[in-house]
Design a protein around this ligand. Structure first.
Ligand SMILES: N[C@@H](CCC(=O)N[C@@H](CS)C(=O)NCC(=O)O)C(=O)O
Length: 216
Protein backbone atom coordinates (compact mmCIF):
# COMPACT_ATOMS: atom_id res chain seq x y z
CA UNK A 1 0.00 0.00 0.00
CA UNK A 2 1.07 3.56 -0.63
CA UNK A 3 -0.03 6.43 1.59
CA UNK A 4 0.02 9.74 -0.25
CA UNK A 5 0.51 12.87 1.85
CA UNK A 6 2.65 14.67 4.36
CA UNK A 7 2.95 14.20 8.11
CA UNK A 8 1.98 17.75 8.91
CA UNK A 9 -1.60 16.93 7.79
CA UNK A 10 -3.74 15.69 10.71
CA UNK A 11 -5.83 13.66 8.26
CA UNK A 12 -2.80 11.89 6.81
CA UNK A 13 -1.38 11.28 10.28
CA UNK A 14 -4.58 9.83 11.74
CA UNK A 15 -4.70 7.43 8.81
CA UNK A 16 -1.03 6.46 9.24
CA UNK A 17 -1.42 5.89 12.99
CA UNK A 18 -4.46 3.64 12.36
CA UNK A 19 -2.40 1.67 9.83
CA UNK A 20 0.48 1.38 12.31
CA UNK A 21 -1.95 0.19 14.99
CA UNK A 22 -3.21 -2.56 12.68
CA UNK A 23 0.32 -3.52 11.62
CA UNK A 24 -0.31 -2.56 7.98
CA UNK A 25 2.95 -1.75 6.24
CA UNK A 26 2.89 1.13 3.78
CA UNK A 27 5.23 3.15 1.64
CA UNK A 28 4.74 6.87 1.52
CA UNK A 29 4.45 9.09 -1.52
CA UNK A 30 5.39 12.56 -0.34
CA UNK A 31 3.20 14.99 -2.26
CA UNK A 32 2.03 18.41 -1.13
CA UNK A 33 -1.53 19.56 -1.85
CA UNK A 34 -0.03 22.97 -2.57
CA UNK A 35 3.14 22.51 -4.56
CA UNK A 36 2.20 19.15 -6.16
CA UNK A 37 -1.46 20.01 -6.73
CA UNK A 38 -1.65 18.85 -10.38
CA UNK A 39 -0.12 15.48 -9.50
CA UNK A 40 -2.47 15.21 -6.51
CA UNK A 41 -5.44 15.57 -8.88
CA UNK A 42 -4.32 12.35 -10.54
CA UNK A 43 -4.74 10.49 -7.24
CA UNK A 44 -7.92 12.18 -6.02
CA UNK A 45 -10.36 14.24 -8.12
CA UNK A 46 -10.37 16.79 -5.29
CA UNK A 47 -6.57 16.97 -5.08
CA UNK A 48 -6.73 16.30 -1.35
CA UNK A 49 -4.78 14.08 1.02
CA UNK A 50 -4.76 11.44 2.36
CA UNK A 51 -5.00 8.97 -0.49
CA UNK A 52 -4.14 5.29 -0.15
CA UNK A 53 -3.23 3.33 -3.25
CA UNK A 54 -4.10 -0.31 -2.62
CA UNK A 55 -1.90 -3.16 -3.87
CA UNK A 56 -4.34 -3.69 -6.80
CA UNK A 57 -3.78 -0.07 -7.90
CA UNK A 58 -7.14 1.21 -6.64
CA UNK A 59 -7.07 4.61 -4.91
CA UNK A 60 -9.17 5.27 -1.85
CA UNK A 61 -9.43 8.66 -0.24
CA UNK A 62 -10.79 10.61 2.66
CA UNK A 63 -9.34 9.45 5.95
CA UNK A 64 -12.76 8.13 7.07
CA UNK A 65 -13.01 5.77 4.12
CA UNK A 66 -9.41 4.60 4.43
CA UNK A 67 -9.77 3.89 8.15
CA UNK A 68 -13.08 2.10 7.55
CA UNK A 69 -11.33 -0.05 4.92
CA UNK A 70 -8.43 -0.99 7.16
CA UNK A 71 -10.72 -1.81 10.11
CA UNK A 72 -12.66 -4.34 8.08
CA UNK A 73 -11.89 -7.80 9.37
CA UNK A 74 -9.96 -6.51 12.40
CA UNK A 75 -10.34 -8.52 15.57
CA UNK A 76 -12.62 -7.04 18.27
CA UNK A 77 -9.71 -6.33 20.62
CA UNK A 78 -7.81 -4.31 17.97
CA UNK A 79 -10.71 -2.26 16.63
CA UNK A 80 -10.40 1.53 16.85
CA UNK A 81 -14.19 1.74 16.46
CA UNK A 82 -15.94 -0.67 18.83
CA UNK A 83 -18.75 -2.78 17.38
CA UNK A 84 -21.19 -2.36 20.28
CA UNK A 85 -23.60 0.33 19.04
CA UNK A 86 -23.55 2.74 21.99
CA UNK A 87 -19.77 2.58 22.43
CA UNK A 88 -19.36 2.99 18.67
CA UNK A 89 -21.60 6.07 18.58
CA UNK A 90 -19.65 7.57 21.43
CA UNK A 91 -16.28 7.10 19.72
CA UNK A 92 -17.69 8.43 16.44
CA UNK A 93 -19.23 11.51 18.09
CA UNK A 94 -15.90 12.44 19.68
CA UNK A 95 -14.01 11.63 16.49
CA UNK A 96 -16.40 13.91 14.56
CA UNK A 97 -15.66 16.83 16.90
CA UNK A 98 -11.89 16.16 16.71
CA UNK A 99 -11.98 15.95 12.88
CA UNK A 100 -14.01 19.17 12.81
CA UNK A 101 -11.48 20.80 15.12
CA UNK A 102 -8.67 19.90 12.70
CA UNK A 103 -10.76 21.12 9.74
CA UNK A 104 -11.53 24.47 11.38
CA UNK A 105 -7.87 24.91 12.37
CA UNK A 106 -6.86 24.13 8.79
CA UNK A 107 -9.39 26.67 7.46
CA UNK A 108 -8.15 29.35 9.85
CA UNK A 109 -4.57 28.62 8.87
CA UNK A 110 -5.49 29.04 5.22
CA UNK A 111 -7.02 32.41 6.01
CA UNK A 112 -3.62 33.71 7.15
CA UNK A 113 -1.21 31.52 5.21
CA UNK A 114 -2.72 31.71 1.76
CA UNK A 115 -4.80 34.85 1.47
CA UNK A 116 -3.56 38.23 0.51
CA UNK A 117 -3.40 40.11 3.88
CA UNK A 118 -5.86 42.77 2.74
CA UNK A 119 -8.36 40.04 1.73
CA UNK A 120 -8.45 38.27 5.10
CA UNK A 121 -12.03 37.99 6.31
CA UNK A 122 -11.64 38.88 10.00
CA UNK A 123 -15.28 38.10 10.86
CA UNK A 124 -14.98 34.63 9.34
CA UNK A 125 -11.66 34.12 11.06
CA UNK A 126 -13.25 35.06 14.43
CA UNK A 127 -16.04 32.57 13.79
CA UNK A 128 -13.47 29.84 13.11
CA UNK A 129 -11.65 30.75 16.33
CA UNK A 130 -14.91 30.41 18.26
CA UNK A 131 -15.54 26.98 16.73
CA UNK A 132 -11.97 25.88 17.53
CA UNK A 133 -12.21 26.93 21.19
CA UNK A 134 -15.70 25.51 21.56
CA UNK A 135 -14.45 22.13 20.31
CA UNK A 136 -11.34 22.29 22.55
CA UNK A 137 -13.48 23.00 25.64
CA UNK A 138 -15.89 20.20 24.72
CA UNK A 139 -13.02 17.72 24.32
CA UNK A 140 -11.27 18.91 27.51
CA UNK A 141 -14.47 18.22 29.47
CA UNK A 142 -14.18 14.54 28.50
CA UNK A 143 -11.16 14.29 30.88
CA UNK A 144 -9.13 11.59 29.09
CA UNK A 145 -7.34 9.33 31.60
CA UNK A 146 -5.41 8.14 29.67
CA UNK A 147 -8.06 7.14 27.10
CA UNK A 148 -11.12 9.11 26.10
CA UNK A 149 -13.45 6.12 25.73
CA UNK A 150 -13.22 2.87 27.67
CA UNK A 151 -9.92 1.22 28.51
CA UNK A 152 -8.05 1.14 25.21
CA UNK A 153 -6.96 3.30 22.30
CA UNK A 154 -9.77 4.30 19.93
CA UNK A 155 -10.03 6.55 16.90
CA UNK A 156 -11.33 9.24 19.28
CA UNK A 157 -7.91 9.30 20.98
CA UNK A 158 -5.95 9.24 17.73
CA UNK A 159 -7.86 12.10 16.12
CA UNK A 160 -8.05 14.23 19.25
CA UNK A 161 -4.31 13.93 20.02
CA UNK A 162 -3.31 14.57 16.42
CA UNK A 163 -5.60 17.60 16.12
CA UNK A 164 -4.02 18.99 19.30
CA UNK A 165 -0.49 18.45 17.96
CA UNK A 166 -1.52 20.13 14.72
CA UNK A 167 -2.76 23.24 16.55
CA UNK A 168 0.31 23.34 18.79
CA UNK A 169 2.60 23.12 15.78
CA UNK A 170 0.81 25.36 13.27
CA UNK A 171 -0.65 27.76 15.84
CA UNK A 172 -3.79 28.66 13.94
CA UNK A 173 -4.86 29.90 17.39
CA UNK A 174 -2.44 30.58 20.22
CA UNK A 175 -2.76 28.31 23.21
CA UNK A 176 -1.06 28.93 26.54
CA UNK A 177 0.21 26.11 28.71
CA UNK A 178 -2.54 25.22 31.18
CA UNK A 179 -5.46 26.30 28.98
CA UNK A 180 -6.36 22.66 28.24
CA UNK A 181 -4.39 20.56 30.74
CA UNK A 182 -6.26 17.28 30.12
CA UNK A 183 -5.90 17.58 26.35
CA UNK A 184 -2.22 18.49 26.71
CA UNK A 185 -1.52 15.45 28.88
CA UNK A 186 -3.53 13.19 26.56
CA UNK A 187 -1.71 14.53 23.52
CA UNK A 188 1.73 14.08 25.12
CA UNK A 189 0.85 10.54 26.19
CA UNK A 190 -0.50 9.50 22.78
CA UNK A 191 2.39 11.08 20.87
CA UNK A 192 4.83 9.09 23.05
CA UNK A 193 3.34 5.76 21.89
CA UNK A 194 5.26 3.82 19.19
CA UNK A 195 2.28 3.84 16.78
CA UNK A 196 2.24 7.65 16.88
CA UNK A 197 6.02 8.07 16.89
CA UNK A 198 6.30 5.94 13.74
CA UNK A 199 4.28 8.66 11.94
CA UNK A 200 5.26 11.72 13.95
CA UNK A 201 4.38 15.28 12.97
CA UNK A 202 7.01 16.50 10.50
CA UNK A 203 8.03 20.15 10.67
CA UNK A 204 10.38 19.55 7.74
CA UNK A 205 7.50 18.37 5.57
CA UNK A 206 5.41 21.33 6.73
CA UNK A 207 8.21 23.75 5.82
CA UNK A 208 8.51 22.44 2.29
CA UNK A 209 4.76 22.36 1.61
CA UNK A 210 4.14 25.95 0.55
CA UNK A 211 2.12 26.69 3.73
CA UNK A 212 3.46 29.89 5.26
CA UNK A 213 1.52 31.20 8.27
CA UNK A 214 1.97 34.96 8.57
CA UNK A 215 0.07 35.89 11.70
CA UNK A 216 -2.86 34.85 13.83
N1 LIG B 1 -12.29 15.00 5.13
C1 LIG B 1 -10.97 14.85 4.60
C2 LIG B 1 -10.15 16.11 4.85
C3 LIG B 1 -8.80 16.04 4.19
C4 LIG B 1 -8.16 17.43 4.07
O1 LIG B 1 -8.81 18.47 4.22
N2 LIG B 1 -6.86 17.44 3.75
C5 LIG B 1 -6.17 18.70 3.51
C6 LIG B 1 -4.73 18.63 3.96
S1 LIG B 1 -4.56 18.77 5.70
C7 LIG B 1 -6.17 18.92 2.02
O2 LIG B 1 -6.03 17.99 1.26
N3 LIG B 1 -6.33 20.18 1.59
C8 LIG B 1 -6.28 20.59 0.23
C9 LIG B 1 -7.58 21.14 -0.25
O3 LIG B 1 -8.56 21.12 0.52
O4 LIG B 1 -7.61 21.59 -1.36
C10 LIG B 1 -10.30 13.62 5.22
O5 LIG B 1 -10.64 13.32 6.38
O6 LIG B 1 -9.49 12.97 4.56
Amino acid sequence: MILVGQFDSPFVRRTAVAMNHHGIAFERKLLSVFKDFDEMLEYNPLGKVPVVVLDNGESIFDSRMIIDHIEQGASADKRLFPLEPEARRNVMRIEAVAIGLAEKAYERGIEYARRNPDKIDEAWSERLKKQIFSALHWLEALKPDPWICGDSLTQADITCAIAMTYIREKQQVSLSKGDFPKLDAHCDYCESLPVFKASAYSAAEADSSGWLPRSR
